[in-house]
Design a protein around this ligand. Structure first.
Ligand SMILES: [Zn+2]
Length: 381
């Protein structure tokens, strides 16, 4: 099991800042091929993706992850260099240790161990990796999913190895994620001298009551799985810089993180209705960067919960908090999707790290899920 620590270190040594994979996937490909996986490397633009599968039948259980990392920030701020893995006081430090090279190493070795133990296992096991999860995410998991579904390779169960644990390994499973919808709004007016407002149309004065109403509105009531959907403004700008000019327009950007109980279309129409009611002249464009998803129950949630409890003694809680993940590209195809991985307290920070002891436990949990989903539920096999 020390293997998983060594493999995590090997991955950290490759400075794979998005989207440059730096050979991480080549390293994993060799290990997977050596134990009989069919492996494809799918490169789109500057993005490397890997799809590995063992078995021909359904159900298909897949681990999803990314080999890229966010930039380390100022090197002098790190206690040890970010791409030179170092263990201090039981913690393995390095960029990507928690997000998510530790989990990538753990589920790769879990897959290999599972296949070595059950060479003729029922169903199929798979691994999907991208080098562009932390970036724009256009040529990564999204593209690979289109290809897989296009040729009928349907993922039934998907575990994303994102760092979901908060205080202790195993305390939290992400069983869904909110959607993300961004609006870019320009409110038009008529520019002129501030001393002659009757000859102008002030877009600031016009827009403010509407923007205040948008910010104060509840867009749904929330439920047991999701907090209530709210609109948040991230940018606002108006004005020429001169203090005697009424500007011609006001520009603002806002975002919804929305629950699975509401749709992007409902939100778009709701915003337009408020702007129209306030009589604004405006242009509004939208960017939908992720649909919400939710896996409330089913064999995957049962198996993962049992595996975590068996390895850690902890009954995990369920959460939909946090940003988006690449699970958003898998769930729309009807897959059960859950996120489970190591502690997330240090991710994207200086001195990112993972407790060394959590790595073999993570591998055990991932392997045990495969056992529960594919082998133990079929005592006849
Ligand atoms: Zn991540």
């Amino acid at each position: 099991m020390d293997n998983v620590v060594a493999l995590t270190q090997e991955l950290i040594r490759r400075p794979s800042v998005t989207p440059d994979d730096q050979g991480c996937q080549t390293l994993l490909r060799a290990r997977l091929e050596a134990c009989g996986f069919t492996v494809e490397s799918l490169r789109f633009g500057a993005v490397d993706n890997l799809w590995a599968r063992h078995g021909q039948q359904g159900p298909l259980v897949t681990f999803l992850g990314h080999t890229d990392v966010v930039p380390p920030g100022p090197l002098e701020a790190w206690t040890s260099p970010p791409f030179s893995p170092e263990i201090r006081d039981g913690v393995l430090y390095g960029r990507g240790a928690a997000d998510m090279k530790g989990a990538v190493a753990a589920f790769t070795l879990a897959l290999i161990a599972f296949v070595e133990k059950h060479p003729d296992h029922p169903g199929s096991v798979g691994l999907l990796l991208t080098s562009d999860e932390e970036g724009v995410a256009q040529d990564g998991t999204r593209r690979v999913m289109e290809i897989l579904e296009g040729r009928g390779e349907h993922i039934d169960y998907c575990i994303v190895g994102e760092p979901s644990s908060c205080e202790q390994l195993g305390d939290t499973i992400k069983h869904g994620r909110r959607g993300s919808l961004t609006g870019i709004l320009t409110v038009h007016g008529v520019q002129g001298h501030i001393a002659y407002p009757e000859r102008c149309d002030n877009p600031i004065a016009r827009a403010l009551p509407a923007l205040a109403e948008l910010a104060a509105s509840d867009w749904d009531q929330g439920n047991a799985d999701f907090p209530a959907t709210r609109l948040q403004f991230s940018n606002i700008h108006a004005g020429t810089g001169a203090d005697n000019v009424i500007p011609s327009q006001l520009e603002t950007v806002f975002n919804f993180r929305f629950a699975a109980s509401v749709t992007a279309d409902v939100l778009r129409r709701g915003v337009a209705a408020v702007l129209d009611r306030h009589g604004l002249r405006y242009d509004l464009t939208w960017r939908l960067s992720g649909q919400p998803f939710l896996t409330r129950e089913g064999p995957l949630l049962e198996a993962l919960t049992e595996s975590i409890q068996a390895a850690t003694g902890i009954r995990p809680q369920r959460s939909t908090a946090g940003g988006t993940s690449d699970g958003r590209f898998v769930a729309p195809f009807g897959s059960q999707v859950l996120e489970f991985g190591p502690l997330n307290g240090s991710i994207h920070k200086i001195d990112e790290g993972i407790p060394v002891a959590d790595l073999p436990r993570l591998q055990t949990i991932y392997e045990d899920v495969l056992e529960r989903l594919l082998v133990r539920q079929r005592p006849d096999l």
